[in-house]
Design a protein around this ligand. Structure first.
Ligand code: UDP
Length: 225
């Protein structure tokens, strides 16, 4: 299969790219043909045996790089639809164990490492398109790792991106940005594969799951400015 790993690394986040790609080379979908798509405003050199494609994007201050991730993916949909599957991970992550065919599916979501098994923190403002009403069944997913077939993933990217724009036209930004909209999307379009918090394991957490994809601890103020 052709698998695209979507990455965003603007400004100081470029420092995370090399270690992440090295770890993905070792552990991510090693029996498939993987291409890394790096959305960035920086020059970079990465040693990898796989294809790596730079997609130029303009840097915007927090929270716009995370909020507009689905817009960027939608903008490159022609290129990305060449892949059979697309996955996204935050660039400040590290693969530390095999991540293979168990992640393949139409719509793939990851239980949040701090909020697994709960409703978590959905958007509660009913004016927002990310709103989830208290009576709607849900569980909370993490924005740090998700994916699916390229067809399904690009459909999700286009819907979420449009909803974020419509919200912003009403001067609304959902409480957890793109993650809130992704959670709304998964209420309407339930994931076909639900991954455990192993796939978004907070580096300094101690939860009863294997560590496969670590979300690294970082100094937010230092990297985001
Ligand atoms: N990001 C980026 N540049 C920025 C801010 C964010 O490239 O200035 C990307 C990067 O891929 C990062 C992701 O957006 O991993 C999510 O942001 P962050 O990790 O800061 O959010 P958190 O997961 O800590 O809430």
């Amino acid at each position: 299969m052709k698998v695209g790993l979507l990455l965003i690394a603007t400004n100081k986040y470029i420092q995370f790219l090399n270690p992440l790609v090295e770890s993905a080379d070792r552990y991510f979908c090693t029996n498939h043909e993987v291409t890394y798509y790096v959305h960035t405003n920086q020059n970079f050199e990465v040693n990898t045996y796989r294809d790596i494609v730079a997609i130029p994007v303009e840097h915007k201050p927090w929270p716009w790089m995370t909020l507009e991730r689905y817009k960027h993916f939608s903008d490159s949909k022609e290129q990305l639809s060449e892949m059979d599957y697309l996955y996204y991970c935050d660039v400040d992550m590290l693969f530390v164990n095999t991540v293979g065919d168990e992640i393949l599916g139409d719509r793939v979501a990851t239980q949040h490492p701090g909020l697994f098994g709960t409703r978590g923190t959905p958007e509660t403002d009913s004016r927002s398109l990310a709103y989830i009403a208290p009576h709607e069944p849900m569980q909370y997913f993490a924005g740090g790792f998700n994916g699916g077939t390229s067809k399904e993933y690009l459909k999700m990217a286009s819907t979420i991106s449009a909803n974020i724009i419509k919200d912003y036209e009403k001067e609304l930004i959902a409480v957890w940005h793109d993650e809130s909209h992704m959670n709304r999307y998964f209420v309407d379009n339930p994931p076909t594969v639900i991954l455990s918090p192993s796939y978004c394991y907070g580096e300094s957490l101690n939860i009863p799951f294997e560590r496969r994809l670590l979300a690294l601890d970082k100094d937010h103020a230092a990297v985001r400015n």
